[in-house]
Design a protein around this ligand. Structure first.
Ligand SMILES: *Cc1c(COP(=O)(O)O)cnc(C)c1O
Length: 344
């Protein structure tokens, strides 16, 4: 009796429609890093493509290759963690949109594209204050000059400018957006035709309309994961798409044991802090072991009863996250490959 993660693809469709309606006319780039936040990159990309999604955010080249295999040549795939020569070569071969946040990397991309006889599509990243890679504002104009030379040589084209917001406070995000706007303006002044500006992830794309620009990079809300401490699913108009459940494997005294534990991806700090869904309602999660956990017993409990750790009939992933000061994405991506996936 192994635990299972059920993924409701109709709820996923609903979220994709909702995101499209909210962010239009901006395009939705669906972020599928970390195996589509644990939901399975293959089935998620296939479904999203059927639903009309044409932009995917892959993070690394390995994920990008999986997206290309599912979605085919017409999808645009953005990857922003490309560092080694082999990764750059593979990225060019896969015709990816490359996020470049380092002037040195720009030269590498140009060199490898030249050797391949290709023209790389580049999105330059400005560091707007997050200091998580990105070209520093004081280096931006020099980087534009370098990019200009490479573009004139025909080995790359700067198609976009992008950055990432901290989403910690509106004031910080406003300051970051001002740096971003100035960087875009400099690129335009330098003669680039910047068609793709992107800054926002889930929260900002819903809550800060002026930050939407041409593309929003949305992961969490597509999977129905609400922000910690933020608006709930009904206010956002999205639905959780996955349910993690396990079965009762023993009934003992005032506890039941269920067949899921830390090795399946349950953070052990959840023990004693949350309640999970049982056939008679929510019951405290008492302890978390390696492969099993314990839940407070309900009177009629039987071996084989289903207990919902998160999802329909239980708490949400973000409810769990809030109990241990993290974010719902973290709960979702920690669900181990030991847990079977079912796509419904
Ligand atoms: C993960 C990620 C996103 C998506 O963030 P969500 O809050 O899950 O929508 C967007 N952009 C970048 C650069 C990311 O790393």
């Amino acid at each position: 009796m192994t635990p299972v993660l059920r993924i409701d693809l109709e709820a996923f469709d609903h979220n994709l429609r909702r995101i499209r309606a909210v962010v239009a006319p901006a395009n939705h780039l669906l972020v599928v890093k970390d195996d589509a936040y644990g939901h399975g990159v293959g089935p998620i990309v296939r479904r999203a493509f059927e639903q009309g999604v044409r932009w995917f955010g892959a993070f690394d080249v390995e994920t990008a290759a999986a997206v290309r295999a599912e979605a085919g040549g017409s999808a645009r795939i953005f990857a922003w963690m490309v560092a080694t020569d082999d990764e750059i070569a593979a990225a060019i071969d896969l015709d990816l949109d490359l996020g470049v946040g380092d002037p040195g990397l720009l030269d590498e991309v140009a060199r490898i594209a030249r050797a391949a006889g290709a023209r790389a599509k580049v999105h330059l990243k400005i560091d707007t204050g997050l200091h998580r890679n990105g070209i520093r504002p004081e280096e931006w104009d020099a980087a534009l000059l370098r990019a200009r030379e490479h573009q004139d040589d025909g080995v790359l084209e700067v198609v976009g400018v992008w950055s990432h917001l901290a989403e910690a406070s509106d004031a910080e995000d406003d300051a970051a957006a001002a740096v971003f706007d100035a960087a875009v303006q400099s690129a335009v002044d330098a003669g680039f035709h910047i068609r793709l500006r992107h800054l926002s992830a889930s929260a900002a794309s819903f809550l800060r309309p002026v930050f939407r620009h041409d593309i929003v990079r949305v992961g969490a809300f597509a999977y129905g994961i609400r922000p910690s401490g933020g608006p709930d699913e009904s206010e956002l108009g999205v639905r959780p798409i996955s349910t993690l459940s396990a079965r009762v494997i023993a009934v003992e005294g005032d506890r039941v044991r269920i067949g899921i534990g830390a090795l399946h991806g349950l953070p052990s700090s959840l023990a004693g802090r949350v309640a999970v869904g049982t056939p008679v309602g929510m019951r405290p999660l008492v302890g978390i072991g390696a492969m099993e956990s314990t839940v407070e017993r309900w009177r009629e409990a039987l071996v084989g009863d289903e207990v919902v750790i998160f999802g329909a009939g239980g708490p949400s992933a973000t409810d769990l996250a809030e109990a241990i000061d993290t974010i719902g994405e973290e709960i979702a991506v920690r669900v181990s490959p030991l847990v079977g996936r079912e796509w419904l």
